[in-house]
Design a protein around this ligand. Sequence first.
Ligand code: B12
Ligand code: SF4
Length: 517
Amino acid sequence: MKILLYNPDNGVTRNFMPHLWMFLLQALTPPGHEVILIDGNARAMTDDEIVGFVREQKIGLVGIGAMTRMVAKAYRVADAIRAAGVPVVMGGPHVTECPDEALGRDGGQRHADAVALGEADETWPLIVEDAARGELREVYEPERDAKGLDRKPSLQPYPVIPWEKLSLEQFSLVPKFLRPLMNRMGSGWGSFYVVPIETGRGCPYGCEFCTVTGFFGDSIRFRTNESVVDELLRLKARARRERGQVAVFFIDDNLAINIKRLKSLLRDIIAAGAQVPWVAQISANLLRDEELVDLIAESGGKWVFIGMESIDPQNMADVNKNFSKPGEYKQVLERLARRNIYAITSFIFGMDNDEKGVAERTLSEIQSWPPGLPVFGQLTPFPATPLYERLEKAGRLDRPKHWMDFAPFVMAHTPLKMTIEEARLETRKAWELSYSPERNAQAVESLAGQSFQYRAGHLIARLFFRGIYFPQMTKRAWLKLIVDNRRIIYPLVKEAAAKWRDARRKKSGVTALDRVP
Ligand code: B12
Ligand code: SF4
């Protein structure tokens, strides 16, 4: 049977990285079936194009995964595929929390033939075999333990994802029109992929807005160090073979949740020479340990994603994230910056203690920190989170099913001290000011004294991150961005050209000397 795994885009931004669940389920598919992956973030397709593809390829089963944010699109695509007579199974965090919605048991339209609840590592092979026999059940859920809780996959052993031979073409971050040039320059940047790798699952912290503690559980499971190191070595070998670049996003919710284990993993990565540039999510409270931060740097850690959420301790208490202290953010970022590690700092606006002016207050704090990549979102009540339940009980949900009419940056409830429109404007302002050409130039200039690679890398990351908020899909949009940022791009390009000429001169100097009898 041919199986298509599909992840929809959200219609606004594109992810810079493919979704792990597709590769994982592909690796867990029983032999005898062919699995094709399409990530709408990388390969945008209309509903008709997807249905056409399913027909043309004679697909026998379609698996669709989606976060809440993309679920309306996922349902639409599922409806079109089912109308073409092909069964659809849906999985992931949203349908796990709202299975009745996907199955049409809540009075609405049915979108899926079957749903896979929770972690599907163990149920997926069963789903495939049932579908191949034409006997799909409606609901697949993990077995329960003696306490009636989902039995979670131990991650030991962990399936081997054959990155070394998978087609990653749709996920290369180097724009197609630049690839031939980059290849000709022999710079090793003809391809660039960010690949997701998990080393563990689960987080016990239970922040009010987060689905992770409920979905993956509060007990943490880790893969063995060997299996992670092996995956990194295979990736590294591929990048070397293709003369391209690869970076890894360790997608664990909190990579340092067990500091002792992380240190042991990083030491093994270093000992095996398995370092690749990597990014990971780590909460600020777990970045106090100097030895850990040394190991992060030595093992290839370049960027750390920190869920800072707010600079207001009252907001942090309101969302049960008191363990993360705004008062120590600056110190943490300086500790990282001393090792040339920078932070993607994530903020949430529209918390109950936020007022008009929150963007400016937050930005003036950020300005006093080492340069990083701030990102701004809004407090969103995802189904089955404690936040959703609190707001629902208080009758504060303006759009209880906000995912069915997804509107980017428009909140689904009204914060206590500002309006929904004010929250939208504050968010916009924060993005505009943080990624203005002036701010980009200041950030790069503040890295004066650092190597060319750091400064250029920082600027490129800024230009990409801006695209999370501002549509930046077309060549025209990129050109405009380059022109707007010429003040900082021009000197960097000049410096690069001088370096390149210098390198060529040195090379030809050696060649000339070699020819002397
Ligand atoms: C990596 C990541 C990202 C990446 C992008 C996704 C990517 N390319 O991987 C980035 C950083 C870009 C990102 C962004 C966002 N993210 Co995010 N992200 C994650 C994270 C940390 C890991 C995802 C992952 O790979 N997990 C490991 C895999 C194995 O788990 P899984 O995806 O759940 O898949 C398993 C099962 O669900 C199931 N399954 C999943 N799909 C399917 C499909 C089928 C057919 C079947 C059978 C089974 C199945 O099987 C898998 C194996 O067990 C999760 C948290 C988490 N731990 O999952 C949050 C998470 C998915 N993100 C979340 C959110 C909210 C966001 C943002 C909206 C945040 C924001 N405000 O901007 C954005 C939206 C991005 C967008 N494009 O619109 C929420 C989603 C909650 C929800 N109900 O939708 C999560 C759960 C975190 C949280 N705090 O609650 N994210
Ligand atoms: S620390 Fe991160 S993953 Fe853990 S509960 Fe809080 S937001 Fe979710």
